[in-house]
Every structure is written in structure tokens, then in C-alpha cells.
Design a protein around this ligand. Sequence first.
Ligand SMILES: NC(=O)c1ccc[n+]([C@@H]2O[C@H](COP(=O)([O-])OP(=O)(O)OC[C@H]3O[C@@H](n4cnc5c(N)ncnc54)[C@H](O)[C@@H]3O)[C@@H](O)[C@H]2O)c1
Length: 258
Amino acid sequence: MSLLEKFSLLGKVTIVTGAAMGLGKAMATALAEAGSHIVIADMNLEAARKTAAEIEAMGVTTLPVHVDVTDEDQVNRMVETVINTFGQIDSLFNNAGIALHIPVEEMPYSSWLNMMNVNLNSVFLVSKAVGQVMIRQKKGTIINTSSMSGIIVNMPQAQCAYNTSKAGVIMLTKSLASEWAPHHIRVNTIAPGYMKTELTKPYFEGNSEMVRQWMELTPMKRPGNPDELGGLAVYLASEASSFVTGSVFVVDGGYSVW
Ligand SMILES: NC(=O)c1ccc[n+]([C@@H]2O[C@H](COP(=O)([O-])OP(=O)(O)OC[C@H]3O[C@@H](n4cnc5c(N)ncnc54)[C@H](O)[C@@H]3O)[C@@H](O)[C@H]2O)c1
């Protein structure tokens, strides 16, 4: 197999959670460009359908599915739908996530719990359901979107719940990689820095002093574009990364070197 053939995802089936917009949409588009059929698993069904139509125009099959990734029953039903439609799951991208800036002393416990549910517990739930399929298949790749915030503490905003949830995603990634290596399932995580998406748009548009500080602390002096994660997404889903598991790929314009 040539090097370029190793990057091919022709005929594969990939689930991307939170793929209706932002980083998930950009990674789903890159995976489709490499040939994969795409399941757009998102709680925003209207946006998921729109994204599905855009990706399908690239010549692959798409399946938009409504799912709240914090709800175990909905997650199990989503996986059942995918198996009934495609009969296989080659890759899973656990990407859905939220952000929140509240100082610890002011944070309602319900907000902390919600953050852990959406950003961390969902990765357990979806990985468990898809992992059962991949164990039967004796193969699969899982990629989790963590964040540089799982490794460093951002400034100047207070976001302890977000940082903690993403540190948890990194450790869950390593633990799953260890437990499932015997089943030929590889598990890795992409840790982005500041990227311009729907999630961060309010900050880029609303608080220029905070964004000025973010860029000051970024050696490359700019935010990332979602499509700058595409190459890594294809690499990690494909045979090109066949000896890579349990690894953290930081994509942050150099933020975490300082
Ligand atoms: N944008 C950044 O700068 C940045 C940096 C590092 C990490 N991340 C992470 O990347 C991931 C994607 O972020 P983004 O910036 O693209 O966000 P976004 O808000 O643009 O998109 C998130 C998507 O997830 C979906 N979603 C949210 N909660 C869900 C739930 N409970 N069930 C199903 N779908 C749900 C939303 O409907 C949306 O389509 C998140 O995990 C985020 O923490 C983002």
C-alpha cells in the first residue's frame, strides 16, 4: 500500500458528534474528502441536516442523527441507527462540547455538572456504545476533541470546569487506548488552541481585550481556522497512523510552549 493509499478512508463509516458546525463540521468535511461516509450526530438537527447536504455533495453518504450525547438511551439509539444503516463503524470522533467562563466561587454546582456531562461523561457514553461494536469488529479508531486547556490554564478568563473536563478527556483517551489496544482499537485526542468557531465567535466579536491577550500569548499571533485540523483528523482515522494510540496532538499555534 502506498503512503497516499494509507490516508484513504474510501468506504469507511465515521461518526462525528457535534458535527453540525464548527470544528466537528470541518473535520467531518475533511474525512468525507478522504472518502468516508459521515454520521452527523448532533442535538441541533436542523443544522446537522444542512451540513449533511453540504457534505453529501462531495459524493459520500451522510446520515444526520439527532442525539444529546449526555443521554445514554439516545446515544445507544444513535449507534443502533448507524449500524442498521451502514452495518459498520470504522471511526468515532467525540467532538461535541461547550465552554463556560465562571469563577469557582460564583459557579452553581449545576453548571459544573452540566460541563462534566457534555464535555467528559459523553465521551465515556459514546465510546462505550461504539466500542462494543468495534470490539466485535476487532478494529476501529476513536479520536476525542480535548483542548490545550486540558494541559494549561487559560488566561485571563476563569474556566476551571472546562479545563478540568478537557484534562479528563485526555486521561480517558489514554485509558481507553490502553484497555482497547488488544481489540485493535486505537484512541487518540486532538487538543486545539484558540480556533474561530460558533463557540468562540462571541469572544472574538464581543471582548476585544480578552482576545488581544489570547493572541499576545500565542506565538503565531492568530487563531486557528477549523479546516487546519482536517489533515490531522484524516491521519488519525486512517491506516497512516497505524502505530499511534493514546497520544495527545496539540494544535495551538504554539500557545502551550510559553
Ligand atoms: N473553538 C475552539 O477554540 C476550541 C478550542 C479547543 C477545543 N475545542 C473543542 O472542540 C469541540 C467543538 O467546539 P466548537 O468550537 O466547534 O463548538 P461549536 O459550538 O461551534 O459546535 C459544537 C457542536 O456541538 C453540538 N453539541 C453541543 N452539545 C451537544 C450535546 N449535548 N449533544 C450533541 N451535540 C451537542 C452543538 O449543537 C454544535 O453543533 C468542543 O469539544 C470544544 O470544547 C474548541
